[in-house]
Design a protein around this ligand. Structure first.
Ligand SMILES: CC(C)(COP(=O)(O)OP(=O)(O)OC[C@H]1O[C@@H](n2cnc3c(N)ncnc32)[C@H](O)[C@@H]1OP(=O)(O)O)[C@@H](O)C(=O)NCCC(=O)NCCS
Length: 156
């Protein structure tokens, strides 16, 4: 058994995050320097099981909007609610900062992530044709925080 805490990123988490990133995404396999560069100015939260980081989310804030730039969970820890825990913490923090809208893009083929986002109240706001470098399109998804009632009700 293990317990999971969601906490802010620490530089020592980088190697775990880069491994999760490499097994999760087709297009991006950043080095440590590239990861720090790409996430500059963003907030990174990690899911920590005590001796390792098993998931992360990167969020960028701009005025009253926040964008989820990246989210991934280590393969063998998926379907245990960790993605949901990370997003719930993003939503809680965004609310406390007065953010009105959370946005993200997700590959049209990525049903797992779409299901997760829908479960937390995100809705498809449009399609971005050929959005990714390999030509795949993306769904643009939004969550309006002021429209979401007590979050405890949507955290099923
Ligand atoms: C998407 C991802 C982050 C989900 O993380 P996770 O920890 O497995 O998600 P959770 O366990 O919190 O799942 C919560 C809900 O999301 C939905 N969901 C998650 N994975 C799913 C899957 N493979 N198929 C269908 N629904 C899925 C389910 O509704 C699930 O609830 P349930 O387990 O009670 O049925 C993970 O699959 C991942 O890292 N994928 C690769 C990277 C990626 O695609 N990131 C998103 C980029 S936009």
């Amino acid at each position: 058994m293990y317990s999971i805490i969601i906490r802010p990123f620490d530089a020592r988490d980088s190697s775990d995050i880069i491994k999760i990133d490499s097994e999760s995404f087709r297009t991006m396999n950043p080095t440590y320097d590239l990861f720090i560069y790409m996430t500059y100015g963003s907030e990174i939260l990690v899911a920590d099981i005590g001796n390792a980081v098993v998931g992360y989310v990167v969020v960028s804030y701009r005025e009253e909007e926040a964008k989820i730039m990246s989210l991934a969970v280590k393969r063998e820890f998926r379907r245990r609610g960790i993605g949901k825990m990370l997003l719930r913490e993003v939503i809680r923090r965004a609310r406390s900062k007065g953010i009105k809208r959370l946005t993200l893009e997700v590959r049209v083929s990525n049903r797992a992530a779409q299901e997760l986002y829908k479960k937390l109240g995100f809705e498809v706001a449009g399609v971005l044709e050929s959005y990714y470098s390999d030509g795949e399109s993306a769904y643009l998804m939004h969550l309006y925080l002021d429209k979401t009632d007590d979050l405890s009700q949507s955290w099923v």
